[in-house]
Design a protein around this ligand. Structure first.
Ligand SMILES: C[S@@+](CC[C@H](N)C(=O)[O-])C[C@H]1O[C@@H](n2cnc3c(N)ncnc32)[C@H](O)[C@@H]1O
Length: 315
């Protein structure tokens, strides 16, 4: 059906210079400004410092976060959009969601406003997985897209873009399932807008980290923090042993320590390599029971039409 790279090439043409100029000149809706303020508030409460915006468009939101003290990098597939971002003094790069070229765990937070609705549903999991990699364990992601009561995706033509754009409007259930495979759901709010069969799906997601997992276990078992350290160390030693034997089997040579450390961070999501050092671990006796994840119940969407409503997809 629709394929990510094909869709992306058309979007690059659609989001051209004229589109960038028009978008930059348009006033931002009040509810969109409230969304980014709400996310900023969360980031400040958790003392987060770095943010990546994907599908940043002309960079208005990135500029807002930068002006509020965050170190921001923004990306977009459209060179015209990236030029607009740079003109605002932002560190902006041309990159699509699957081509994010940052080391693992580079950012405390990711902001994705109204851009993942350009990803075909069959590719959404891959895209979320890639974004997750550049977010540090424990980091937060804002994901906001227009949703649809029944779900529909396809090409939309209008007079404002030179070629039709692909949109995927997904049901709440579909979105929840898609994100659950990669993130913990901190909140899901359905913002009622004046749209036919739809609303805005506003999500805050968290990449879980090993320490948080251990904290959850601690709460469940009533164990102490020193037990938690032991659990982490046991996990680390197990991972080292696994990596060493895999590498030794492949090449007959022991892997360098830095490679092992990176492996551990990738596998266990440990917050820093220093957590992996220390005295030799003694196994901790902790029984794992299923953890419940927290999420808020969405409000229901509304129905009718407005200028905010993008044209309905042509099938
Ligand atoms: C509707 S605009 C939203 C821009 C901005 N987030 C805002 O709210 O003003 C969607 C943006 O996503 C970008 N985009 C679409 N597909 C993308 C992809 N696969 N990778 C990176 N950017 C993409 C487009 O170039 C466009 O700038």
């Amino acid at each position: 059906m629709y394929e990510y790279h094909r869709v992306m090439e058309d979007l690059r043409i659609a989001y051209d210079r004229a589109s960038a100029e028009r978008r930059d000149a348009a006033p931002k809706a009040g509810w969109k400004m409230r969304e980014r303020e709400r996310f900023l508030d969360l980031l400040q409460r958790e003392e987060m410092k770095t943010l990546l915006e994907v599908g940043a468009g002309t960079g208005q939101d990135s500029l807002f976060f930068q002006q509020h003290g965050l170190r921001v990098v923004c990306t977009d597939l459209s060179p015209a959009m990236v030029d607009r971002c740079r003109a605002k003094g932002l560190d902006a790069r041309v990159a699509d969601f699957l081509g994010l070229d940052f080391p693992a765990a580079s950012f405390d937070a990711v902001y994705a406003f109204n851009c993942l609705l350009h990803v075909p549903s069959g590719d959404l999991g891959r895209v979320l997985g890639r974004i997750r990699q550049v977010l540090r364990p424990g980091g937060l992601m804002y994901l906001g897209v227009y949703g649809h009561e029944h779900g529909e995706e396809g090409l939309v033509s209008d007079d404002q873009h030179p070629v039709p754009r692909f949109f995927a409007f997904r049901t709440d259930a579909r979105m929840r399932d898609a994100v659950a495979a990669h993130f913990g759901l901190v909140s899901f709010d359905a913002i009622s807008l004046d749209r036919t069969n739809g609303h805005f799906q506003s999500m805050v997601l968290r990449r879980s980290g090993a320490l948080r997992e251990v904290d959850l276990l601690l709460r469940e078992t009533g164990a102490t923090r020193s037990n938690a350290d032991q659990v982490l160390q046991v996990l680390a030693v197990t991972a080292v042993a696994g990596a060493q034997s895999a590498a030794a089997e492949a090449s007959g040579v022991d892997p360098p320590l830095s490679l092992l450390t990176r492996y551990l961070i990738a596998v266990w999501g440990a917050e820093s390599p220093s957590e992996l050092s220390g005295d030799p671990p003694r196994p901790a006796r902790i029984s794992r029971r299923p953890c419940s994840s927290s999420s808020s119940t969405p409000a229901s969407g509304s129905s009718s039409t407005s200028p905010l409503h993008p044209p309905r997809p042509r099938r």
